[in-house]
Write a new protein. Sequence first.
Length: 246
Amino acid sequence: MLTVTRDALPLFRHAALLLDLDGTLVDIALTPEAVVVPPGLIDTLLKLRDLLDGAVAAVTGRAIDAADALLGDLPVALAAEHGGAIRFAPGAVVERPNLAPPPEAWYEHAEALHQAFPGTIMERKPRGFVLHFRLAPEAEPVIHEALTAMIAGSATFEMIPGRMICEVRPRGVDKGIAVETIMARAPFAGRSPVFIGDDITDEDGMRAARALGGAGFRVQDVFGDAAGVRAWLTDTASRGDWGTLP
Ligand SMILES: [Mg+2]
């Protein structure tokens, strides 16, 4: 029999919340720009931020500007680009590990793939890119194969498949490292991380949170979808303690 092990939650007042955005806090839309922040989410996160003495972070694959467009400076810490760009406090400088961008030819190749498959979206980031094919699922095998060939032999980049996307990103950043980095600083240090995410890249964040004595939850296993996560967070914020996990 398949048993899903569910991590035990740390004491609420000793916890930190580290949350993925797309598919976790906000519903996935047909395009990244079409994502909307549902009513109530900002209020809920503000309450949680107060209750946890500021220990609320967003950990996303989006670029900083794209993440800010959704939540602004609400998360005390923001890890964007899977940790390739971290802002430890609102208004603070964005810190980036010293990693090179991909060759310009790779961006051009990705752009050509996007042009070849109407409906795909090319999301350019400072040190990588994502091809989205939610609106052109027939493009998946071609894109997957092309990007795999592109990064073959590269010691510095990797290709990560996600939910209706393929991403090329530098090695040396992942959401696990992002969680460890954020948890080393105030107001997170000394707390137990609770990480929630929905995609393959979030598994690094879950592992890191568990290794630090906290909990890692996959949205689909525990909450069903982003609406389920929001309902639980709203319940938690109104109780001032963990609401019952679904
Ligand atoms: Mg996600």
